[in-house]
Design a protein around this ligand. Sequence first.
Ligand SMILES: Cc1cc2nc3c(=O)[nH]c(=O)nc-3n(C[C@H](O)[C@H](O)[C@H](O)COP(=O)(O)OP(=O)(O)OC[C@H]3O[C@@H](n4cnc5c(N)ncnc54)[C@H](O)[C@@H]3O)c2cc1C
Length: 577
Amino acid sequence: MNSEADRTVEHSDFDAVVVGAGFAGMYMLHCLRKLGLSVRVYETGGDVGGTWYWNRYPGARCDVESMQYSYSFDADLDQEWSWSERYSPQPEILAYANHIAEKYDLRRDICFDTQVTAATFNETANLWVIETDRTDRVTAQHCIMAVGCLSAANTPPFEGMSNFKGPIYHTGHWPHDGVDFSGQRLGIIGTGSSAIQSIPIMAQQAKTLTVFQRTPNYAVPAWNGPMDKDYEAEIKASYPDFRAKARARPTGFYFPFNIKPALDATPEEREQQYEEFWSRGGLPFLGAFGDLLFEKEANDTVAEFARRKIRSVVNDPAVADLLCPDNIFGCKRLCVDSNYYEVYNEPHVKLVDVSKKPIERFIKTGIVTDGTEYELDAVVCATGFAAMTGSFDKIKITGRDGLTLAKKWEAGPRTYLGMSTVGFPNFFMITGPGSPSVLANMIPSIEQHVDWMVDCISHMRDVGAETIEATLSYEDNWVDHVNAVSEISLRSTCSSWYVGANIPGRPRVFMPYIGGFPVYVTKCNDVMTNGYEGFVLEGATETNTPPRIRWTDRWQVELDIEIMSPAAISAGRVPVV
Ligand SMILES: Cc1cc2nc3c(=O)[nH]c(=O)nc-3n(C[C@H](O)[C@H](O)[C@H](O)COP(=O)(O)OP(=O)(O)OC[C@H]3O[C@@H](n4cnc5c(N)ncnc54)[C@H](O)[C@@H]3O)c2cc1C
């Protein structure tokens, strides 16, 4: 029993409380309202947008093309909104989020500047008690986590940080008024996606830029530019078909994919193919061959191609060597860049290798590593996130029998379908660990989860169910399946944030589901059609019946077999970028 909550809960203030007002929380609010439910959303930030509210660093933009990185639930919205660039910059994506908030009048149910600190399930009343840092204490039947996969910024606890006399920024918590580094000696720690996007722009401003690199990352050029109006018009003319094509892809977004194995091609054919896909740029480069993420030997060919590209750009061979990763290509999240490697030819940009001798400490005037003092006026930490579970860790979430989520996930997250976890009834996670989430285009992933959950909640109302909760055997099987599929891909072999390796002490578990978006969607649909297979509904007058309302119907997708070789299908090898 959860004594505190049990003593005082008498009635439900809301049907649902949603935590987070990024794209997930916003769409959830919109849908729950359509069901006629009362909803309260809490958001730590001062406004909507989530990722795009917080990550205002120079150069921040999406790396899934904007024509695809957008909501699909409203045909009018599809037509009325226009993106100015192929990959839109953060201010434009935030403007889109604001447009959504206004168009659907979302803000009136969102409490901004309010962080949820605790969520406790009251077993007597079958209600969640939600507490915030502003002393709110509300109850709700459903507690829905829309807290984001990449929302808990990670700043490693470097020694002496408080001694540094200048400002220290994190890319994921960027000041709203921007920062001007003109004339400054700037240091940046990290060379992941945010660093790769921001370094070329920061280098234009700073007097000197010192980049502290632990692990080099592969980056493919974005070839970003103004939106091609003909391309936009062509997609808008048949947006639903285009969206459907994208949903049939393992990634949830559409791009040309060549299923042939790299190892079947001659070196000359491979080179030509890589050049062609390089010229298209971005994440779709991984579609050059079908076996790149499955066969180490095939991956070696693409990794070497990428290293040659780096060497062809960076003049100083020693610097180029340092920038060349030696791990699996695409194993860590592939970065997409605009003039990143070129920056290292600038005389005022210096690359410091901290792979063997880590940053020792901050001092008043800068950073010390390997006995050398680097004098700096400002430091940017581009040190990423406690991915997938970081925002859950910050909330004290307590389920049945006083079990905390932190305790349950001590050895790594355990979920059924990435949406639900045993011991926590009526607790839903949007793009939680064990779902495609960060391995797919996230906006469709969010919409599919929300639609499934809304159908489920509506069904519970129809059959009078008080609670829904996953069962242990189904959860165990799902966790085993998520692990087994991850082992098919080379992705599980390296130390990345997908496995929590960027943060010391985190259990090493491959967190997202790598089996591909359509396979996952089909699984979710089957679970629903089979009367919520693997879930127990308590208090229901009917059990094991499928829902009457089916928003999920729009997610009935077949895997696009054209992009799969028969061998890949039989081996369960779904190509995922
Ligand atoms: C720089 C960057 C670029 C990206 N580019 C892409 C891309 O191109 N394509 C793609 O598919 N994905 C991309 N992503 C992933 C991106 O996070 C998702 O696409 C999407 O925006 C996630 O939406 P969300 O609502 O699930 O989470 P978020 O946008 O992270 O929103 C979660 C919200 O929950 C709030 N919150 C968390 N905990 C609490 C709490 N305890 N109390 C109250 N509020 C809380 C947070 O403040 C946050 O606003 C990118 C991520 C980053 C960081």
